[in-house]
Design a protein around this ligand. Sequence first.
Ligand code: MTE
Ligand code: MO
Length: 237
Amino acid sequence: MNTAYAGMSPLGARRRFLKQAGAGTLVTALGGLTYVVAGDGATRAARAQTLADGRPRLPAGQKVLQALKPMGGRPGAPGRARFRLKVHGEVDQPFELDFNQLLALPVVERALDVHCVTGWSVLGARFRGVPLPELARRAKVRGSARHLIIEAAHGYTANVRLDEALVDDNLLAFEHDGRALARRHGSPVRAVIPKLYFWKSAKYVVGLRFARRDEPGYWETRGYHNHADPWKEERYA
Ligand SMILES: Nc1nc2c(c(=O)[nH]1)N[C@H]1C(S)=C(S)[C@@H](COP(=O)(O)O)O[C@H]1N2
Ligand SMILES: [Mo]
């Protein structure tokens, strides 16, 4: 059912792409668009930095891009007026929100590093939105819940372990770099889960479903790793 995933491709092509994507080279993505990989400098500078917990800021096998690269996916209903979010599943208080009700929740802005499995990263991408723990608290997630299934338009889903879902940097975001999220980047609302490969950051989000059992999502059932930790290079199953 899902179509037009410009950035994700069969695994063979993906691996060839990664090999060729050296810093400073012009990369023609499979979708036909051309991007410049930031010169050696940005990537090398990032490699020299460490996170608070001592891990390198830039995970192995990643190169720094200056802006998010649109990776495709099938958009849902356009516009904030038609947005509805369903928070449900293993919770005591399921609820639905429209866009204005989402805006009325505590909104934060964060600069986040994101890492795409195709080998690019963007450092300090600014997103505004509501932290996932805030939404979970409102739904009164049950102690029996172990996983979050992020539900997007047309049946795209991404699964995240509950302990990794309920961290403060994870957002349901509606602005990027000070502007309303662009359509190609998931408007009206997308997830941003910076500590896992970027495919977990579902665009065109329609639901957050808490679950007892794990449910591998769209890419996790197509050869990609179920967990997707960039620092462990959990790229493929
Ligand atoms: N609904 C939906 N969300 C999605 C995708 C998708 O195909 N559909 N692609 C994922 C992948 S593979 C990546 S790398 C990021 C890309 O986000 P971007 O296009 O804003 O760079 O979105 C993720 N979220
Ligand atoms: Mo991706």
